[in-house]
Write a protein that binds this ligand. Sequence first.
Ligand SMILES: Cc1cc2nc3c(=O)[nH]c(=O)nc-3n(C[C@H](O)[C@H](O)[C@H](O)COP(=O)(O)O)c2cc1C
Length: 319
Amino acid sequence: MAELTTPALRMTIRRFSTEAVLCSEMLAAGAVAAHAPHNAPLIQKLPGDDPFIYQLVGANPAVMARACGILEELGCFSIDINMGCAAPDILKTGAGAGLLANPDRAREVVRACRGAVKGALSVKMRSGFADSDGDRLVEFGRMLQGEGVDFITLHGRHAKLGFRRSADWGLVKLLHESLSIPVIGNGDITSAQIAASRLRESGCDAVMLGREGVKSPWIFALCERALGGDARPLTVDVCDVFLDTLRAIESLLPEKLHRSRGHRFAFYYSGNAHFSHELFTRIRKEISIDGMARAVAKYFDRNPGERVREFRVNTGDGS
Ligand SMILES: Cc1cc2nc3c(=O)[nH]c(=O)nc-3n(C[C@H](O)[C@H](O)[C@H](O)COP(=O)(O)O)c2cc1C
C-alpha cells in the first residue's frame, strides 16, 4: 500500500506473524526499470520480509516486463500487477484501475510480464472501472487466468467508488467459483472473526487485509489464532508498537521520507487511541520522527490506561 507498507511496518507485522504474506509499497515500473536512485529505499527487502510480494504499477508492457525482471532477481513470493489504483496521476497514464477499462492493454501488460517472470505473477484488482458487472468481471478474470496469472486479489468495489459503500464479497465468491486459479478476497475486514466469516462464506482461497493491517498489525496473529482454534488472549503494548514502528521508519528510510511515512502510518495507527483525532493532530504538526515520537509518548503518559490492551478471538464458529 502506497506510503504504508514500508520496511518498518512490515517489521512490526512480522513481530506478530511469520506466516502473513507481506507486500512492498506500490512501485512505479518506470522508476524500477530506470534504476532510479530515489526508488532504492522502496525496493529494499529485509531478511524477515519473506514471503514477500513486490507490487508494480504501469501500463507500458515493455517497461513493466523490464521492471519485473529486476524485481524477480531480488527474490519474492510473487510479482503483482496493480489494477486497482484510481489516483488521477496513475489513471492518466492508463495504469492501475485504468487497465480494467482497457482489457486489450491489460492483456498486453500481463503477457509481457508473464514472459519476464519465471516465478509467480499475480494481479490485484478492483471489481471494475466504473461499475461492477459480474459477467465482465468473470470475463476479465478468465483473460488473466488464460494469460498465465497465478492468483488474483479482488477488492470488491469498482474504482469510481473509492471507499464508498461496502466491499461486495458476492463478487469474490463469483470470481472464485468461476476460475481455477486461487482468488484472494479483500475489503473491509476489521477483525479476525470477520476474516474467518469472509473466508467461509465466499469460499475464497485467502483474504488480504489493508487498512486494518496498518491500524492493528497484530490482527494477523489474531487471524491465525481464530483459524487454528487457539483461544489464548494476545496482550499488546499499543504505545510500544507505535514508537517502535516510528523508530524503524527513522532507521530504515531516508530522512526525506520520514514525514510522509510517519504521518501516513500515524493516521491509521492513531485509531487505537481513545482521543485519536487529538493525537493525530499533534503528530501531524511534527516533521521529524523525534517530534512524532514525543507526541505519542506524551499522549500515553497522560492516558496510561490505554497503553496495554488484551485481544481475544472467538474460536467458536467464527461468526
Ligand atoms: C492509503 C492507501 C494506500 C493504498 N495503496 C495501495 C497500493 O499501493 N496497491 C494496492 O493494490 N492497493 C492499495 N490500496 C488498497 C488496499 O490494498 C485495499 O484494496 C483497500 O484498502 C481495501 O481493503 P481494506 O478494507 O482491507 O483496507 C491502498 C489503500 C489505502 C487506504
